[in-house]
Design a protein around this ligand. Structure first.
Ligand code: SAM
Length: 252
């Protein structure tokens, strides 16, 4: 999310972070280039988050393993449509959506440890049972743990915008990755993206529209689906006059 400078959101990589730059002496072969959509941030885990890790981690964390995941078993034997969320940040929207869509299972990936602790804490406070968290790169999870055709939906809310041109290749919503996401959807499954960075919204619209497996559910940008709440960061942005764009595409 492109938070204003005054808004602390320690999981958002800054485009000034030169560690984010590819080292030109160490560039992988183009055929083997791998999407690296995040830079791991330092961040303080609070006592409450640490408690949530200790008490709820064993119940709600799915360890990353490069082998197919039995989704029904992962959700305690509950077979239900499964939505993959990529990059939930502190989990505010995730927890809300899981409570308003109780019939859906949510498999949620985030690499920022305090964010994982924060969502575990919300799960405990709100007695949520339909979320599982994989504290790992969603690209690996998709490649190695999830079967093609297994997902009812994918949520990508305010992915890191990677503003600078030389960092644009780190954006999640790009053709190869969208193709992979689309292949993991069941027929009728959807991808819902949201961003507050207009150039990224335009890229999302272009890339999603060009994927042959997907159809736009709207003419261009979609109205915000009711299940997606306005988070405090988004509300603050809207008050500052920033736009927000939702996109919802379905697999035919
Ligand atoms: C700008 S934040 C937005 C967080 C949240 N969706 C929100 O709306 O507040 C983007 C998040 O995506 C996470 N992220 C980026 N790439 C990821 C990946 N490949 N796998 C898992 N998480 C990722 C980052 O760690 C970061 O917390």
């Amino acid at each position: 999310m492109t938070f204003p400078d005054t808004v602390p959101h320690d999981s958002t990589p800054s485009d000034d972070d030169d560690a984010a730059d590819d080292n030109s002496n160490n560039k992988p072969h183009p055929l083997h280039r791998r999407l690296k959509s995040f830079v791991k941030r330092a961040g303080r885990t609070t006592d409450g988050q640490a408690r949530a890790f200790a008490e709820l981690g064993p119940l709600f964390l799915i360890p990353y393993k490069p082998e197919p995941l039995d989704l029904t078993a992962a959700f305690g034997g509950r077979a239900a449509p499964t939505v993959l969320e990529i990059g939930f940040g502190m989990g505010e929207a995730t927890a809300h959506i899981a409570t308003v869509l109780p019939e859906t299972n949510f498999l949620c990936c985030e690499v920022h440890e305090p964010g994982v602790g924060a969502l575990l804490k919300r799960i405990g406070e709100q007695s949520i049972s339909n979320i599982r968290i994989c504290a790992h790169d969603a690209v690996d999870v998709l490649d190695h743990m999830l079967q093609p055709g297994s997902l009812a939906g994918v949520h990508v809310f305010f992915p890191d915008p990677w503003h600078k041109k030389r960092h644009n290749k780190r954006r999640l919503i790009q053709p190869e990755f969208v193709k992979k996401l689309a292949e993991h959807l069941q027929p009728g499954g959807y991808i819902h993206c949201a961003t507050d960075w207009q150039p990224y919204a335009e890229q999302m619209l272009e890339v999603l529209s060009a994927e042959p497996l997907l159809r736009n559910t709207a003419e261009g940008y979609a109205p915000k689906p009711e299940y997606r709440p306005l988070t405090k960061f988004e509300n603050r942005g809207i008050k500052l006059g920033h736009g927000v764009w939702d996109l919802v595409f379905r697999r035919a």
